[in-house]
Design a binder for this molecule. Structure first.
Ligand SMILES: CC(=O)N[C@H]1[C@@H](OP(=O)(O)O)O[C@H](CO)[C@@H](O)[C@@H]1O
Length: 472
């Protein structure tokens, strides 16, 4: 799982230790405070993996030395992997399950095949729907996808920016972050791709977005971001739960089904989900918050708009689901049994440890085939409100303190009132500011009914932030 948040100050202190001796003292003090016996009977296995960048080997070497310096701990080099593969391995190892890369591939390709077998008979697939072009961001995800491609039935996948030697630089003008933020074609895509379904991974393959090339003469794309991927998953899971439980959720498998978003979720997606009668909750930005919240449900779906997310199935719920499928064994072809089997296969396919572009993509593909939906059907679920994000460099970004899942500012006083005064001038206006957790900037996000209005709202609020916090 995620590192305990209470340990974050310690990890910050470690990273900033001024001397080797200070570092040693920090480790000793921390071990004492936390009651950790160093060099005791308990050993620790630390699983390491790296990406394709030239720095990888050096980093692996120093990490191995660091781990070996702690008596009783052993470093295991798992090779070159995507981030979600490594998370999956750690989770499986801690549960005493098979945890090799071959096991990962077998699990996702088998559960994908199983889901396709459970597609209703009357629903076929046309040729266009089988075609999928994937932008691998010149990272590790494209290489891994090439490996499993031959084992994926009913999918004709072409990988570009595949990470092969010499094809391009990691994340440069390609990848999920680029496509989602810039809303333009990644390198290697062009007029010949009009009408074909395309997906973009990020460099370490933990984010996924989809897009369509709109016209041969334009570089802009129709984007399907994390919010719409979440909405597709939610519709599919709800459909299966409704088959099992009826619309009142009082049937064979009463289920607590929750959806978790952040303030960056497009307002149109939240409205869409609420109109389905779903419980939508908000957390602060960052997967560690979303993941924790999603664990509170029998089935918890979370996504950041940037394409990072997954679907979590609670262990008890999976046991109930398994015994239900066993009980329904007499009626193998019954709709309820089929729906229960689809949920089980979904829990096997989608990574339970962290967001995973490869397994997420396979679930998208299985659901589109299940629903017999084109990319356009999916796009038309709802229309995104235009939005704009800006970064403001200030003297001290931590002067901004937020509340209500970062949607309101409580410090410095007066700033929230200024934002509110701007927002009322815009139809469908929404705006929030927060200090970034990964860059030394304040992020401004605005939404409104037109692109121009969203930009203008974001700029007005950015000016207030600069004035109050001091531009730098
Ligand atoms: C607006 C945005 O995209 N924020 C990103 C970014 O966090 P910030 O705290 O906004 O810098 O990096 C995080 C880690 O990758 C990611 O989880 C998050 O969604």
């Amino acid at each position: 799982g995620m590192m305990s948040q209470a340990w974050e100050p310690f990890s910050d202190a470690l990273a900033n230790a001024p001397t080797p001796d200070a570092l040693l003292q920090l480790v000793l003090q921390f071990a004492k405070d936390e009651g950790i016996t160093l060099g005791g009977a308990h050993s620790a296995q630390v699983l390491l993996a790296r990406d394709t960048r030239p720095t990888g080997e050096y980093l692996l070497d120093v990490a191995t030395k660091g781990i070996s310096a702690i008596v009783g701990s052993v470093a295991l080099d798992m090779g070159i992997l995507t981030t979600p593969q490594l998370h999956w391995m750690v989770r499986n190892k801690n549960r005493g399950l098979k945890a090799s890369e071959a096991d990962y591939f077998t699990q996702i390709t088998e559960s994908f095949r199983h889901l396709l077998e459970l597609t209703p008979d009357d629903k076929g697939i046309d040729e266009l729907n089988e075609k999928l072009i994937v932008d691998g961001a010149n990272g590790i995800g494209g290489l891994k996808l090439e490996q499993i491609k031959p084992n994926l039935a009913r999918l004709d996948i072409l990988v570009r920016n595949s990470g092969k030697e010499g094809e391009g630089i990691l994340n440069e003008r390609c990848g999920a972050d680029f496509v989602q933020k810039e809303k333009v074609l990644p390198l290697g895509f062009g007029p010949n791709d009009v009408g074909v379904r395309c997906a973009s991974f990020d460099g370490d393959a933990d984010r996924l977005v989809y897009f369509h090339v709109t016209s041969p003469s334009k570089t802009s794309v129709d984007l399907v971001d994390g919010d719409k991927i979440l909405s597709l998953f939610v519709l599919f899971i709800r459909e299966q739960l409704d088959i099992i439980n009826g619309k009142d959720n009082k049937g064979l498998l009463p289920t607590r089904f929750g959806v978790v978003q952040t303030a960056y979720a497009n307002g149109a997606s939240t409205e869409f989900l609420k109109n389905l009668g779903l419980e939508v909750v908000f957390t602060s930005t960052g997967v560690k918050y979303l993941h924790k919240k999603a664990l509170e449900y029998d089935i918890g779906v979370y996504f950041e708009a940037n394409g990072h997310g997954t679907v979590l199935f609670n262990d008890d719920f999976v046991s109930r689901l398994e015994s239900l499928t066993a009980r329904l064994s007499e009626a193998a072809g019954s709709p309820q049994k089929q729906a229960a089997l689809r949920l089980l296969a979904t829990s096997q396919l989608i990574n339970q440890a962290v967001g995973d572009a490869i397994s997420g993509m396979l679930l998208v593909e299985a659901v589109l085939q299940h629903k017999r939906w084109s990319f356009q059907n999916w796009c038309d679920l709802y229309t995104d409100l235009p939005s704009k994000q800006l970064k403001v460099k200030v003297k001290d970004r931590t002067a901004i303190v937020t509340t209500d899942a970062e949607r309101k500012v409580c410090q410095p006083s007066g700033l929230q009132e200024l934002i509110d005064k701007e927002v009322v001038n815009y139809s469908h206006g929404r705006c929030f500011v927060r200090p970034s957790g990964t860059e030394d900037v304040v992020r401004v996000y605005a939404e409104a009914s037109t692109v121009e209005a969203a930009e203008s709202l974001a700029k007005s609020v950015a000016r207030h932030v600069e004035r109050i916090l001091g531009f730098c």
